[in-house]
Design a protein around this ligand. Structure first.
Ligand code: HEM
Length: 127
């Protein structure tokens, strides 16, 4: 069976997931309060799920998967997801304690955005 059309469809979802993370990151880089982290969380989960499905589909299509590249991408995708989760929990604590939302949230927003950016370059440059 030819899995190409399914691979391309999942790849499109994979690109949309990356747009959610990096778009949301870029929009909020200079924000001081009122961070919206739900979009990044959906993007981070989308990347993990669609990435793992892609690995399976590519193998089912009898193509080689670069295991080292996938391992690196997996690590950075987990860093992104954990950073967004930590940012959300620190944001909630800062809001209830009345302390700086920016200080609590922004470093982890940066970590998540940087992790996703690195993964874009790993995906495109490592062949
Ligand atoms: C923040 C996380 C991620 C970002 C930003 C990202 C980005 C990308 C991009 C831009 C492409 C297209 C590359 C091209 O067609 O030349 C791609 C393809 C792909 N990604 Fe990801 N990715 C992420 C996470 C993952 C994860 C966690 C996995 C698997 C565990 C994965 C597996 C794949 C596979 C199998 C492809 C298909 C082509 C290839 O082998 O490079 N990705 N990714």
């Amino acid at each position: 069976m030819n899995f190409e059309p399914i691979i391309h469809t999942v790849l499109a979802l994979h690109i949309l997931g990356l747009a959610l993370i990096i778009g949301s990151f870029a929009l909020q880089l200079r924000r001081k309060e009122g961070f919206e982290l739900g979009t990044m969380l959906i993007g981070a989960i989308t990347q993990l799920v669609t990435g793992l499905i892609l690995v399976g589909l590519v193998q089912m299509n009898d193509e080689d998967v670069n295991n080292a590249k996938i391992a690196v991408k997996l690590i950075f995708a987990i860093v992104v997801l954990v950073a967004v989760m930590v940012a959300r929990s620190r944001q909630a604590k800062a809001l209830s304690a009345g302390t700086s939302e920016k200080k609590a949230t922004l470093p982890f927003l940066h970590l998540a955005g940087m992790g996703a950016l690195i993964n874009v370059f790993v995906a495109v440059l490592w062949h």
